[in-house]
Structure formats: structure tokens, C-alpha cells
Design a protein around this ligand. Structure first.
Ligand SMILES: [Zn+2]
Length: 467
């Protein structure tokens, strides 16, 4: 079967479908949620759209509590799961193209979700159709499992797997090629300021909307400062190569700072606006609750996303360093400050032990630490037939070795018993997930579609490698 040619023949159709899906701004909206729209109207609309496509193609579809769903084909007891998601993070600022327009220019298709995860979802969906149309006999069932809440905590797949059976094997086209068989542990950690008397210096601090993104904007209100503070702030911005503003409003001086957003899995790819603004404020505050707040941020997060000050630094050969992203940072005089951190810890990191050491270290500091959520690391052995088959397919289509990778981002693969992340960002491609002007190369969209079709056919038609 010439999967490459078959995928190329569908290019126009792939683009049109991706544009339709991108046009649905499927961002979580918790205002007015109901059982009908558990994550807001748009994620639901994206789910409905894809399930409709499945139905039109004559396949079995199922909606699981409006949170997730699947499109299924094939026969047999065993099940191959392909896990994707149709929700996206908010567009954010700084776009050249309309974030929901799906503009095609210079061989790229631009839009929120183009690479995370609507492009890969469309590629996998078309791959399924290609296998169906090939007429090959399937000895397993294949399910495209569609989540609508991947970006905000996996509530969709949690519900899905409460009601539906676990696939025997699977892959998630929600990260990088070649194959990711190790995903770090992901914990949400809250650092909150211990009771402290309000000192009247910092009146308000707010930055970040999601812990899985580096915040690109921070704002602080302080008591009206001197002219010197204005000049100091401007030269601070210049020396850090960022933009911002300072203005007076009544008794207040309002400072804002623009950083650069990036995925929490590698905080060093962005510029954390909260950390930088706190770094400036720390220079002008005198002792007290305000100073304790900014000093803690400076100590724990300035120029260090690896948790050295907090005693959380760890590194291993199979998955690399533990990372911390201060994603949501707030302060108000009545309650003090809090910093919500997405911590991505190495596969072999003894998490409980590390957190105990961190608590111990903060005992005499102005802050306390609390674990709010924890998802254990995920690992699939390199000798599994699933991995060997995917490696073979990848190498045949690209001429490259299919190296096994470890990442800090969580993919749907981690909710599978035996599943890996498989694409679709090719090696050497810039990772633009969660960033302004997110895009996918059309060439890659087609290539990934061919790879997925080939992989599905080998995993469900005939014997699996090594069996
Ligand atoms: Zn994703």
C-alpha cells in the first residue's frame, strides 16, 4: 500500500478539515457549564464536529458524557487506541494571523491547535479512513479517542476510562516524533505565604491563567512611587530586553510587564513575566510581607527553573531534569501571596522524598508548600512489540532512526496502560505549541498522515511485530 501517495492525494481534504476544526475556538470556558457543556460550549462543538465526521464516514461513534468520545472501526477483542484532543489553550497575544482562521501561507497552516492537537487529530482521523478505504482486513478494533479537556487536567479521559475499556495498546499523536516512551511525573504544587501583616507596599499582584504555561503578562499595584521608580523600571525593562508600562492612577502606581509564553514543560523557552516583575519589585521593597513575597519568588524562581533553592533539583539519564514553572502568581494584602507551580519531575525522581525535603527546607521561610495534584511518570519498555512496530514504520517513512525520547509534557499516552506518544512534531521543527502564530507544515501534516495510516495497518492487520 502506497500510504505516502494516498496521503498526498488527500492534502486538500486534510487542510479543509483542519481549517474547520481550528475555526472552533475550543477553549475551556467554565462560566455557566452544564452537563451538556461540561467544559463550555466550544470544546463540545469541536467534539460534536469530529463525531459527526465519523458518522458521515459510516463508522461507529460514541459520545461519553459530552466530555470525550470515540470513532471506532474494525473487529476483535483487542483494541488499538489513538488518543487526541480537540480543546486548545487560549490564543494569547502577539498573533500575526487570526488564531482561528487557519490561514495557509508559505507551506504552513496557522492557527491555535495547528500542532497541539488539532493538526495531529486530523492526521490520525484521515489515517483511519485511509486504512478503512484500503479494504485490508482488521483483526483488532481501532478507536480514535477524542478528549476535550486535555489542556486543563484530563477530566475528559478520566471520565472516558471510567466508562470505556482500556485499549490493549495505543499511541497519542500529541507530542514529538519519533517516539516518546518516557514522560515525567507532573505535579501541581502550591506555595502560599504564611500569615504576615500587610505592609502597604504591594497592593495587588496578578500574573498567569494556566499553570501549564509560562505567564506572558504580569501586573502589580504599588503605593504611588517616586519619579525615580519610573526611571528605574524603564531601565530594568531595557536591560532585560522586555516591554512593559508604568502609570499613575490616583494613589497607585501600576506596573505591567510583558514576558514570553511557552509550555511549562520547558520554562526556559519563555520569559516568566511574574518572576521578572517580582524581581524588579524586590529591588524597591523594604522588609515586610511584600518583600517576603518578592524575595521568595526571586530565590526560588529567578534564573532557575530547576528547583535548586527549593531542594527539588533532580536529573536522570532516561528523562533529564526536573523542571518548575511558576504559572499563576498572585498577591493581595489580606491573604498574602501564592504561587502555583507545574512541576515536571524526572521518571526516577523519588517524588515524596523530594517534597518532604522541600517542606523541611521552607520550614523557617515565609512560605509553605502543598501538593495539589500528582500524576506519576509514565514509561513503556523499549522491547514492547508496539514500540518496535512504530520504530520500523517511522524509519521506513523518514529514513531516520526512530530514537526513543523522554519529555516533561504530559500526553494522553500516560493514561494508557501500554501507550506511547508518537508525533507529530518532526525532529528539527520549532515547537510552537501554546505560542502565538502556532502553525503546522502542510508537508508534515501529509507525512504524518501516511505514517499513522501505515502504523495503524501494521498494528491491526496481521501479526504485530515480535508476536
Ligand atoms: Zn496537546
Amino acid at each position: 500500500m502506497d500510504w505516502k501517495q494516498l496521503a498526498l492525494d488527500r492534502q486538500a481534504h486534510l487542510i479543509a478539515d483542519l481549517q474547520q476544526l481550528i475555526a472552533i475556538p475550543s477553549v475551556l470556558d467554565e462560566e455557566g457549564v452544564t452537563a451538556e457543556i461540561p467544559f463550555g460550549p466550544e470544546p463540545r462543538r469541536a467534539l460534536d464536529w469530529l463525531l459527526d465526521e465519523g458518522q458521515k464516514a459510516g463508522l461507529a461513534v460514541k459520545n461519553v458524557d459530552n466530555m470525550a468520545g470515540h470513532i471506532e472501526m474494525g473487529e476483535g477483542d483487542e483494541l488499538l487506541g489513538i488518543l487526541c484532543h480537540v480543546d486548545v489553550v487560549p490564543a494569547g497575544v502577539g498573533w500575526t494571523y487570526g488564531p482561528f482562521d487557519g490561514t495557509v501561507e508559505a507551506g504552513k497552516l496557522f492557527g491555535r491547535g495547528a500542532i497541539d492537537d488539532k493538526g495531529p487529530t486530523i492526521a490520525a482521523w484521515h489515517a483511519m479512513q485511509m486504512v478503512k478505504e484500503s479494504g485490508l482486513a482488521l483483526n483488532k478494533r481501532v478507536r480514535l479517542i477524542i478528549g476535550t479537556d486535555e489542556e486543563s487536567g484530563f477530566r475528559c479521559v478520566d471520565r472516558y476510562f471510567e466508562k470505556e475499556s482500556m485499549p490493549t495498546i495505543g499511541f497519542a499523536p500529541d507530542a514529538d516524533f519519533p517516539i516518546i516512551n518516557a514522560e515525567k511525573g507532573i505535579a501541581t504544587v502550591l506555595f502560599s505565604q504564611k500569615a504576615d501583616v500587610a505592609d502597604g507596599q504591594l497592593l495587588h499582584f496578578q500574573s498567569g491563567k494556566r499553570i501549564n504555561m509560562v505567564p506572558d503578562y504580569a501586573e502589580a499595584h504599588i503605593l504611588k512611587g517616586s519619579v525615580a521608580v519610573q526611571q528605574q523600571f524603564k531601565s530594568f525593562l531595557d536591560s532585560h530586553g522586555v516591554t512593559g508600562a508604568i502609570r499613575e492612577e490616583g494613589e497607585l502606581t501600576i506596573l505591567s510587564l510583558n514576558g514570553k509564553s511557552a509550555h511549562a514543560a520547558e520554562p526556559n523557552d519563555g520569559i516568566n513575566a511574574a518572576v521578572l516583575l517580582a524581581t524588579f519589585l524586590n529591588q524597591i521593597f523594604q522588609e515586610g510581607a511584600s518583600k517576603n513575597f518578592t524575595q521568595f519568588i526571586v530565590d526560588a524562581f529567578a534564573q532557575d527553573s530547576r528547583g535548586h533553592f527549593l531542594g527539588l533539583a533532580f536529573e536522570d539519564g532516561s528523562s533529564g531534569e526536573t523542571t518548575l514553572n511558576a504559572g499563576i502568581v498572585r498577591f493581595n494584602p489580606a491573604e498574602g501571596g501564592e504561587i502555583r507551580v507545574s512541576m515536571r519531575y524526572s521518571v526516577t525522581c523519588p517524588f515524596e522524598e523530594a517534597m518532604t525535603a522541600c517542606m523541611e527546607r521552607l520550614k523557617n521561610s515565609a512560605f509553605a508548600v502543598d501538593i495539589q495534584a500528582n500524576s506519576a511518570p509514565h514509561y513503556v519498555d523499549a522491547n514492547e512489540p508496539l514500540i518496535q512496530t512504530l520504530q520500523k514504520v517511522y524509519t521506513e517513512h523518514t529514513g531516520e532512526r526512530a530514537e526513543l525520547l523522554a519529555i516533561g509534557g504530559g500526553t494522553y499516552a500516560r493514561v494508557l496502560k501500554k501507550g506511547v506518544a508518537f508525533g507529530m512534531l518532526f525532529p528539527g521543527r520549532e515547537d510552537v505549541a501554546h505560542q502565538a502564530d502556532e502553525y503546522v507544515y502542510l508537508e508534515d501534516l501529509v507525512k504524518a498522515t501516511a505514517i499513522y495510516a501505515d502504523a495503524i495497518s501494521r498494528l491491526v492487520c496481521g501479526k504485530t511485530e515480535g508476536e
